[in-house]
Write a protein that binds this ligand. Structure first.
Ligand code: GAP
Length: 460
């Protein structure tokens, strides 16, 4: 049964809270707008996506090294990077209700109204407040950097900023990597971590929040190799989407960003976008940042950041290709993609709707659930031994001996657990368990001695 796009977000938000994926933050104090807590299963899912990304793009490559740089850096960094001057969004405010909006979002919404001529330029003067219909102010630019202060005094000298992207720490540590790691171009530096932006219009659940996580690579190349590197990373990200996140290719597009919409330093940008229930929206980015960052940091730090080409004995400032991917947004895309409702048999032979999260096994928070059919010693002790065997094999397992078997299946289906194992009366005589697969609901008997290895083999 397919869920309508309008209903999907409401369903997903309530599902996330009910099943321990994502909760509203500070709820006991009335909440805090656009802030969320990842619950136990949400944290596992996010960590699994993060670990798969790191494995694929750092451990399994010979040309990428990983780092972990601070969220709060020397404030001069943000002057050099251009963030203090340029990291802003166009803002308009309603003169009547004082709601604030991103001007570019209002223009986009206006252009997609039915009957609107998409080719005609849109003038903000023709747009009214979406909340109350009031008149909007002229557009102004609003800096998205979140400020804090360091030390015991709060004055101009103590001002510091929370990083709005993970990228910049990789540029400021580039010289140390170059000098300590004997790397050769092309090579990349990767980092995963939190970023902070004082967004004008956060929203759509965890899609746009003020605090979020990104997985970024800065890939340093000779200028002539930039276009080849973009092609290589585009292919790598297409495979990441289909092989790991298992997003249907029909739900993903790789949008060539026109020059007018690109960051001023970008020579080319491709935005991978996913068909979220609220529309096609950005999941990541693939940008040719040229030598903008290294040349700025070279100028402001007065350090030589060039690389010595051993073939020509000439020093060059490498270009940077940046494949970036939203981790928080990946969690949302994966949940949207894999949450489904189908039908299951009831005990009296009828059918009932079943909510099922068809997560790829390697992303699933719990890989396997073990149930004793009844709370009888022979069954519970075998089931608990099985749980210990999964722990020893480093496979995340849940034990459940409450409620009917049907209810236990339903709960694990919703969490996204790929397999449920039931220890029953026959297990004592045939030394086997019933393995029930989440998506097909098919069942087979597997020997107790083999079942851990079987599950291990199937976690792909
Ligand atoms: N270093 C490049 C950079 O920061 P970006 O497109 O501004 O590029 C990278 O951000 C990714 O971070 C986006 O593609 C998106 O997935 C994610 N992202 C950006 N702003 C976000 C927000 N407010 N909430 C959640 N994720 C966000």
């Amino acid at each position: 049964m397919s869920i309508s796009q309008e209903k999907k977000m409401d369903l997903l938000v309530s599902f996330c809270k009910r099943r321990g994926y994502v909760y509203p933050d500070s709820e006991i104090y009335g909440g805090f707008a656009n802030a969320f807590d990842f619950g136990p299963y949400g944290t596992e899912l996010k960590n699994n996506i993060r670990d798969e990304w790191w494995k694929r793009f750092v451990h399994m490559r010979t040309d990428v090294v990983g780092v972990d740089t601070p969220i709060i850096q020397n404030p001069k960094v943000w002057e050099a990077s251009g963030h203090l001057q340029n990291f802003s969004d166009p803002l308009v405010e309603c003169k009547r209700c004082h709601h604030r909006f991103r001007a570019d979002h209002l223009l986009e919404a206006r252009q997609s109204e039915p009957g609107y001529d998409k080719e005609a330029p849109v003038d903000l003067k023709d747009v009214r407040c979406p909340e109350c219909g009031g008149e909007l102010t002229d557009m102004m630019y609003f800096n998205l950097m979140l400020k804090t202060s360091i030390g015991v005094r709060e004055d101009a000298a103590s001002v510091a900023y929370l990083r709005p992207e993970a990228a910049v720490g990789m540029f400021t540590t580039w010289k140390n990597i170059r000098d300590s790691m004997r790397v050769k171009l092309p090579f990349g530096i990767a980092q995963i971590g939190k970023a902070f932006r004082n967004e004008i219009t956060p929203g759509n659940f965890i899609f746009r929040t003020r605090e979020f996580e990104v997985m970024e690579i800065e890939y340093f190349v000779k200028p002539d190799d930039a276009s080849r590197a973009i092609d290589m990373w585009l292919e790598a990200y297409k495979k990441w989407c289909t092989e790991v996140l298992r997003l249907d290719p029909a739900h993903v597009q790789y949008r060539e960003v026109p020059e007018s919409d690109r960051a001023f330093y970008s020579a080319r940008s491709i935005d991978p976008e996913y068909a979220f229930p609220f529309g096609m929206n950005e999941l990541g980015g693939l940008v040719n940042r040229t030598d903008y960052d290294l040349s700025r940091h070279q100028k402001y730090s007065k350090q030589d950041l060039r690389w010595l080409d051993p073939e020509t004995n000439q020093k060059i400032l490498p270009y940077v290709i940046e494949p970036t991917w939203g981790l928080t947004r990946s969690v949302l895309a994966v949940l949207c993609e894999h949450l489904d409702i189908d039908e299951a048999d009831t005990s009296d032979g009828d059918k009932e709707p079943r909510m099922v999260l068809r997560l790829p096994p390697r992303l699933a928070p719990v890989k396997v659930a073990v149930f004793p059919l009844q709370k009888k010693d022979a069954m519970t002790s075998t089931a608990k031994k099985l749980v210990a065997a999964f722990h020893a094999a480093d496979i995340v397992v849940e034990y459940d001996d409450s409620a009917s078997i049907g209810k236990r299946y339903r709960r694990q289906d919703e969490i996204g657990t790929p397999w449920c194992l039931t220890v029953d009366v026959e297990s004592a005589s045939d030394a086997s368990v019933t393995v029930r697969e989440r998506d097909s609901m098919s069942q087979e008997r597997i020997a107790l001695n083999d079942v851990v290895a079987w599950i291990h083999q199937h976690i792909i």
